[in-house]
Design a protein around this ligand. Structure first.
Ligand code: GAR
Length: 214
C-alpha cells in the first residue's frame, strides 16, 4: 500500500501540486490522502479538489485554543490513515505537542539552504548577504522553527543581478523536485533519523539527485 500523505497548506499550494503530480505515477510510493488548510480561501484547496482529494478547512479562530485546533488536525489526519504529514507553505507554528505526536512523521519544505535563512523573506536576505548559492531544504520538523534533520537539499547559483522574484522562481522549480524526492525516499524506507541528522540510504538514488545544482 502507498504511504498516505496529509498535506497542510495556507496558500498557493504549488508544492502540494508537485506531490499530487508525482502520485499520478502508480509506481510512486505515496499518495495525497487529505489536504488541510487553516484558510478557507487558500488556492491550494482548489488544486486538491480538482484532483479528487479530500479537503478540510480548520480555522484556528473556530477553536478554543491552539491545542484544540491541533487536536482536530491530528484527529482528521489519523482518521484519514495518514502516515506522513507534509507542511507545504503552512504558515503557522506548530506546538511541541503536535510536533511530538508526529515526530519523524512530519516534514517541511523551506526556501533556503538551512541552517541559513530560517524564517521569512529568505530570497531577499540571501541576495543581501551576497551568498553565491541559495536553494531549498526538506527536513523533519522539530519544535524550533525551520530546524530538524535534513532529508534533501537543492542548490541554485545566485546570478549577478538576481532579484528576490527571479531567485524565488529558480528555487521554487527545485522545490517541486526536492519535495516529491524526499517523500519518495521516506516512503521507500531509505531515511533514518540518527540524533540531529537524517541518514539517506542512497541505493539507486544518485548523489546528484540528492543535491541537484541547477
Ligand atoms: C514555498 O516556497 C515554501 O518553501 C515556503 O512557502 C512557499 C509555499 O508555496 N514555505 C515556507 O516559507 C515555510 N517556512 P506553495 O504554497 O506554492 O507550495
Amino acid at each position: 500500500m502507498r504511504l498516505r500523505l496529509g498535506v497542510l497548506i495556507s496558500g498557493r499550494g504549488s508544492n502540494l501540486q508537485a506531490l499530487i503530480d508525482a502520485a499520478t505515477d502508480p509506481a510512486y510510493p505515496a499518495e495525497v490522502a487529505l489536504v488541510i488548510s487553516n484558510k478557507a480561501d487558500a488556492p491550494g484547496l482548489e488544486r486538491a479538489r480538482a484532483a479528487g482529494i479530500a479537503t478540510l478547512v480548520l480555522k484556528p479562530k473556530d477553536f478554543a485554543d491552539k491545542a484544540a485546533h491541533e487536536a482536530a488536525m491530528t484527529a482528521a489526519l489519523e482518521s484519514a490513515g495518514v502516515g506522513l504529514v507534509c507542511l507545504a507553505g503552512y504558515m503557522r507554528l506548530l506546538s511541541p505537542v503536535f510536533v511530538s505526536a508526529w515526530l519523524d512523521r512530519l516534514i517541511n519544505i523551506h526556501p533556503s539552504l538551512l541552517p541559513s535563512f530560517p524564517g521569512l523573506h529568505t530570497h531577499e536576505r540571501a541576495i543581501e548577504a551576497g551568498v553565491r548559492f541559495h536553494g531549498c531544504t526538506v527536513h523533519f520538523v522539530r519544535v524550533e522553527m525551520d530546524t530538524g534533520p535534513i532529508i534533501v537539499q537543492a542548490a541554485v547559483p545566485v546570478a549577478d543581478g538576481a532579484t528576490p522574484d527571479s531567485l524565488a522562481a529558480r528555487v521554487l522549480e527545485q522545490e517541486h523536485k526536492a519535495y516529491p524526492l524526499a517523500v519518495r525516499l521516506i516512503a521507500e524506507g531509505r531515511v533514518t533519523v540518527a540524533g540531529d541528522r537524517a541518514v539517506v540510504a542512497r541505493g539507486a538514488v544518485p548523489d546528484a539527485v540528492i543535491a541537484p545544482i541547477a
